[in-house]
Design a protein around this ligand. Structure first.
Ligand code: CA
Length: 357
């Protein structure tokens, strides 16, 4: 075919995106998205705006998604219910907020000593993760899509240094979820507080320690002004993934072209969030160091005890929760294979470049 032929007639029509002749036949659709997150968490909240903008652009403006911050439409921790019952057609949240319904939902976000962001993506997109989790989410009338990742989180802010496992005894720490359950097994007293309440609790001494996200988000909340000891790694959140939820009936009613637009926009939002964290965390960490923050790795006895307690908890849960057991078996096999691979090549590359002078 000659070039001028390719650029005329049917060849061009096939290459045009929606927005011209094809989109004219598609209906106008307006959805509401309930986010669990405040606008101040710009990297996380922003994923829903990325989705909304891209979906509109891909559909010639016909498929509009209006984003509501946590609390505007429904409280931040009720997004799964709101999407399941159709209060909102879609949402942006984190599966581990809903472990009260089913601990297996934590695999959709992060579990202690679990996957990194890259490994989570491998499990979700190419390792059976999406299929396994969609079966679980169907019980809640929701279709789920990966919706961003923070990368490995930091291990939190401590008013006094932690020298060994014994220093955790009686320590009041803001740490929700399974990480909090493990901390309790190690002798700490875990607390669940929303982001805005952490700083005042640290300031008045109601907390000895608190974890949030990582340098970029933690800096904004100002923990470094009170607790100078910043620990790593956040072993309970090695690569926490956020999720988009869609009501099942709304998804079925959506024209196929809009489903394609939605799905590809979730993948973009998923990738962009991690890129932003990886770009914004290093300068934030340097600024925190400039404020006199001391960085410490968790003591090895804490890490070892935490890992032991974590896998005891998984094995116990697998005995009483069939959903958990089903996902856990495949997830664990995938995790172990990933770790075997990453410890050869990725670890060698990273270790040499980061540590060998
Ligand atoms: Ca966290």
């Amino acid at each position: 075919m000659q070039r001028r032929d390719f650029l005329s007639g049917a060849g061009v029509a096939a290459l045009l995106p929606l927005g011209t002749a094809q989109a004219a036949e598609l209906p106008a659709v307006r959805w509401r998205l309930a986010s669990s997150f405040p606008k101040s968490l710009d990297t996380i909240y922003g994923a829903a705006e990325t989705l909304s903008k891209r979906v509109a652009a891909l559909t010639g403006g016909k498929f509009q998604i209006r984003v509501f911050a946590g609390g505007e439409l429904v409280p931040g921790l009720q997004v799964l219910d709101a999407v399941g019952n159709g209060t909102a057609e879609c949402g942006h949240s984190a599966g581990y907020y809903y472990v009260g319904k089913n601990l297996a939902l934590a695999f959709d976000t992060a579990v202690p000593f679990g996957l990194t962001a890259r490994q989570q993506n491998a499990w979700m997109y190419a390792g059976g993760g999406i299929e396994a989790l969609r079966k679980l989410y169907a019980k809640y009338n929701v279709v789920q899509f990966p919706g961003g990742n923070t990368g490995t989180q930091m291990g939190g802010w401590f008013r006094k240094p932690i020298k060994s496992l014994a220093d955790l005894k009686g320590l009041k720490m803001r740490i929700p979820g399974i990480g909090g359950q493990i901390m309790a097994k190690l002798g700490a007293v875990p607390q669940t507080l929303p982001g805005g309440d952490i700083y005042p609790a640290l300031e008045r001494g109601a907390l000895d320690a608190a974890e949030w996200v990582g340098p970029y988000d933690d800096e904004k909340l100002g923990f470094h002004k009170i607790a100078k000891h910043y620990y790593y790694p956040g072993w309970w959140e090695g690569g926490p993934q956020l999720s988009f939820y869609v009501n099942q009936a709304s998804w079925k009613a959506l024209p196929e072209a809009y489903r394609q637009a939605f799905e590809v926009a979730t993948a973009e939002a998923n990738q962009l969030m991690l890129a932003q964290y990886d770009a914004k965390n290093p300068p934030a960490l340097l600024r925190l160091a400039g404020h006199g923050v001391a960085l410490h790795p968790y003591p090895k006895d804490v890490m070892l005890a935490a890992r032991r307690a974590t896998f005891e908890l998984y094995e116990q849960e697998a005995k009483i929760n069939a959903d958990f057991a089903g996902i856990y078996r495949d997830w664990k096999r995938f995790r172990d294979t990933q770790f075997q691979w990453f410890k050869v090549n990725e670890a060698a590359y990273s270790n040499f470049n980061y540590f060998v002078k």
